[in-house]
Write a protein that binds this ligand. Structure first.
Ligand code: NI
Length: 138
């Protein structure tokens, strides 16, 4: 178990007021947890720029009536078996499908996969949620 450390932070009152307002809206019970999350977020960003193991999810929204889209999505996913750990397909409504692709592995591979999928013509929206297995962020 890691050691808990307290430290003081000097901050402009106006900036702190705005921070308090923001964390209240996000239901944080105290500044410490909000501050820890900000630090973790920055560490995860750095992890995604490195070579270590990351985890995350790619979400895609597309119209399944456009058959070409589904073929391309499948072809690309078969090329990235090492980084994809799970895929979930949800039929949202008559036209739209939502696909959630869980990824784990090298950041560059996960990003290349996300870019390849999101840029397919017919994918209405795509996003990559960058997370971490937590080895460096606790
Ligand atoms: Ni569907």
């Amino acid at each position: 178990m890691s050691q808990l450390v307290r430290f003081g932070v000097s901050i402009d009152k106006d900036l702190l007021d705005r921070f308090d307002h923001l964390i209240q809206e996000r239901n944080y019970t105290n500044r410490s947890e909000a501050f820890r999350d900000l630090i973790r977020q920055e560490l995860i960003k750095r992890q995604w720029e490195g070579e270590g193991e990351i985890a995350g999810a790619i979400i895609l929204i597309y119209d399944h009536h456009k058959r070409e889209v589904m073929n391309k999505l499948t072809d690309i996913q078969h090329d990235y078996q090492t980084v994809i750990i799970s895929t979930q397909h949800i039929h949202l409504d008559h036209h739209n499908c939502l696909e959630i692709i869980a990824v784990r592995g090298k950041p560059k591979e996960a990003q290349a996969l996300a870019h390849s999928l999101i840029s397919i013509k017919g994918v209405k929206h795509g996003a990559l949620s960058m997370s971490s297995t937590g080895k460096e962020i606790h």
